[in-house]
Design a protein. Structure first.
Ligand code: ADP
Length: 184
């Protein structure tokens, strides 16, 4: 059976889930918005893991659209999955990079055996992606990953119970609610 997609309004750092997704930047060394909140509440172990990643596999930082896991520190989760959303561009279509953040995060989550994964609305803050469009891309990407066949993302469909979008305010919540209803 395919995982449920759920919506809640709230602060992602207050959620309980196997994996919480961070809207990181490519430095992996912290920032504002979700990133700042996750490091503040999660404590220094997350940053220590991020520094280790920078010193090993990700010397140049985490590329846009990719995802990587660390400890969740003091958060009520087993893992934080860091992904780097694209900055919104009015002249270049970066939708596939945004979709990739969701797909890759789910792939990493599935590889860790996570059953519940919580996402923020990636790229809709400092990176300025229009909410309605970002919500449509997010919902399509998650649905696509959950529906995918036996290879690749198929493992996601098999093992996940819930993919939760955690929306910080009412406007974001409504955008995701409409995206879910439109294609439900
Ligand atoms: P990005 O740099 O990818 O745009 P941001 O963290 O700036 O990421 O914002 C992404 C979205 O997350 C925005 O819609 C913002 O309002 C929301 N947000 C900010 N803080 C939190 C939080 N603690 N929990 C959930 N969502 C948050």
């Amino acid at each position: 059976m395919s995982a449920r997609i759920t919506l809640v309004r709230g602060d992602i750092t207050r959620q309980r889930a196997d994996a919480l997704v961070n809207a990181a930047n490519s430095s992996l060394l912290g920032g504002g918005g979700v990133d700042g909140a996750i490091h503040r509440r999660g404590g220094p172990d997350i940053l220590a893991d991020c520094r280790r990643l920078r010193a090993s596999h990700y010397g140049k930082g985490l590329p846009t659209g990719q995802a990587v896991a660390t400890t969740a520190g003091r958060l009520d989760a087993h893992h934080v999955i860091h992904t780097v959303g694209p900055v919104w561009s009015p002249t270049e279509d970066r939708s596939d990079l945004l979709a990739s953040c969701y797909r890759e995060s789910l792939r990493v989550a599935a590889g860790l055996g996570a059953r519940t994964v919580a996402f923020p609305a990636i790229s809709t803050g400092v990176y300025r992606w229009p909410l309605d469009d970002a919500a449509r891309i997010a919902v399509d990407a998650v649905r696509g990953a959950l529906a995918a066949g036996p290879e690749g993302a198929g493992a996601v469909a098999r093992d996940l119970d819930e993919v939760r979008f955690v929306l910080f305010d009412e406007v974001a919540y409504r955008a995701f609610d409409e995206a879910l209803a439109a294609r439900g």
